[in-house]
Design a binder for this molecule. Structure first.
Ligand code: FES
Ligand code: FES
Length: 159
């Protein structure tokens, strides 16, 4: 049986009828067409499906859409503003922070969650925070470099 829910995704309110067992990641990708959010492991281990729910980093493969009823959700599609990439997105491009790109939306959303609560993290703090985001391609150094180099521009963009 379907249930009525309301999700505000990237500032737009959506009223949806979803089965009680619909996962949030599937709701975002298939019901709303927001395919930027990726699904890797489906069991909460890889971080590819990371989105922000009410500002908190969350694995959307572990969350039922009905459990997010009424929430404000930010996905990778919500980061660019007025046609300009978020500093984290730009930095991942500038510093080679991705190869295949499957993990990248989750990496960037996790990094955003960190910079939202800690605008100037140390490299050790970044590494500790990002431990839940796996990457099979980059060897992680380029991801770390991308986040480190986004810190200043992100602070400026948030002013
Ligand atoms: S797909 Fe959600 S944590 Fe891997
Ligand atoms: S860029 Fe391919 S898994 Fe991270």
């Amino acid at each position: 049986m379907n249930q009525s829910i309301t999700l505000t995704v990237n500032g737009t309110e959506h009223r949806l009828e979803v089965p009680a067992r619909r996962l949030l990641v599937d709701c975002l990708r298939y019901d709303l067409g927001l395919t930027g959010t990726k699904e890797g492991c489906s069991v909460g281990v890889c971080g590819a499906c990371t989105v922000l729910i009410n500002g908190e980093m969350s694995a959307s493969c572990l969350k039922l859409a009905v459990a997010a009823d009424g929430a404000e959700i930010t996905t990778i599609e919500g980061l660019a503003q007025d046609g300009r990439l978020h500093p984290l997105q730009q930095s991942f491009i500038d510093h080679g922070g991705f190869q295949c790109g499957i993990c990248t939306p989750g990496q960037i959303m996790a990094a955003k969650a960190l910079l939202d609560v800690n605008p100037a993290p140390t490299e050790e703090e970044i590494k500790a925070w990002m431990m839940g985001n796996l990457c099979r391609c980059t060897g992680y150094y380029k991801i770390l470099e991308s986040i480190v180099n986004a810190i200043g521009p992100t602070q400026e963009a948030n002013r």
